[in-house]
Ligand binder design. Structure first.
Ligand code: SF4
Ligand code: SF4
Length: 92
């Protein structure tokens, strides 16, 4: 039972101090979660603290590999609208 940070992490340092289990550490390229220490915050908080502060959609996965903050969940921009906007930007 552990969450996972993936390589889209932008090293903002927001999550590390919030972890009640001291499971988050800075690795060479980005932050990681020690799966042996992560409790998914059970017993300390109602929601995983790292995922609740992380500003990057999709950077933190649950134990099933599913993004806790999926695309659109933080920006409020539906993924298909974002894809359209990016395509338009790239066309210019
Ligand atoms: S889910 Fe909780 S215990 Fe696990 S890394 Fe995130 S903040 Fe730490
Ligand atoms: S809050 Fe998110 S982006 Fe910031 S360091 Fe943690 S995982 Fe990386």
């Amino acid at each position: 039972m552990a969450l996972k940070i993936i390589d889209t992490c932008v090293n903002c340092y927001a999550c590390e101090p919030l972890c009640p289990s001291k499971a988050i550490y800075k690795a060479e390229a980005y932050f990681l979660i020690n799966p042996k220490k992560c409790t998914e915050c059970v017993g300390d908080f109602d929601v995983p603290q790292c995922a609740s502060i992380c500003p990057i959609e999709g950077a933190i996965l649950d134990s099933a590999g599913i993004a806790i903050n999926p695309p659109g969940s933080l920006t409020g921009i539906p993924p298909e609208k974002m894809a359209e906007a990016m395509a338009e930007l790239q066309a210019h």
